[in-house]
Design a protein around this ligand. Sequence first.
Ligand code: Q9C
Ligand code: ZN
Length: 376
Amino acid sequence: MPPMKVVYTPRHQAHDVSRETYLGQPIPANEVAERAERIREALVADGGFELVEPTEHGLDPILAVHDPGLVRFVAEAWEQGRRAGIERTYLVADTYPVRAMFEGLSHEALARLREPREIGGRIGWWGLDSGNPIVEGTYAAARWAVDVALTAAELVLDGGEVAAYGLCRPPGHHAARSLAGGYCFFNNAAIAAHAVAARSGEPVAILDVDIHHGNGSQQIFWRRRDVFYASIHADPLTLYPYFLGHADEVGEGPGAGANFNQPLPPGTDDAVYLEAVDRALDAISETNGSVVVVSLGFDTYRDDPIGTFALTTPAYHEIGRRVASLGRRLVILQEGGYHRPSLGDNARSWLAGVAGRELDPGPAGGRGPEGARIPG
Ligand code: Q9C
Ligand code: ZN
């Protein structure tokens, strides 16, 4: 079996964050460079993967999905924050245009709202949450993450690969057309899905298995019939992004019925999760098209520091196997997952499942009691 191609660049390290804030308090950052390095190391050590550099795709594929104002903001934010003169190692938002501020305004009045000039207003205008640090290299890394995703899509579209994995960092699925948040700046999966749909003329499905609802992907394709979005995530009443991800959000207009949310309770285990995977795959198999973009998160893992599910490493092998059994080509893009010691084994497990390859138990010093052994 030929090795699966893994698109990776060390340029992600430019997004060099060490702190984020939670409820106003600085805490150690979750979405750190070590995440991608752990995954790369494990895949290289495995031997069943081939690393490929991303190629540059420019701004057009990003602007096909995002507001040019968001792109300008992400490009300018750090430098503008620096000019504001306060010594800092990272920048997060302070004031947000929240819904209650605009209660009673007409559509016309809402349409007259405009982006402020000052950084303190701009960062709230374009941002979802105050736990999303921006540093000097954020824009460069976010641009490369998009190139990683688009390169993975091309390996599948033009390169004859049945599946390719893009080790995107920063992640993307919380970024909406005009919004950054949740460690995301540009929506790698949405940009790749749109590019695949535009290039192939076929509908595309996105399967989002990060524990957080991909509010950005849902928003971008809310009114589109050509991109089906299926997400399995923690009930938004219990976890970020809190305000979207309910089961009654099904899309509108031409997109009515093309959005499928499965919110699940805290404590969700392998068995309950796999049933949801089967429902998502059944729904995807009802759609046309030959390509599925996977938003892959390992924050469903039982030891994840910000997740609430209880998945195990062998479950990832089984999920990868079931997703591959759809018989569609797969563009697999990394989203979240914050328990650093398990990221390598979990990625290896998922991707080996896709490749239909059994895994030996991990090396000594590998993960917890369940190791990486696949039962049965
Ligand atoms: N104290 C992704 O997994 N806030 N994003 C967490 C933790 C945001 C996660 C707060 C979590 C976003 C791509
Ligand atoms: Zn997540």
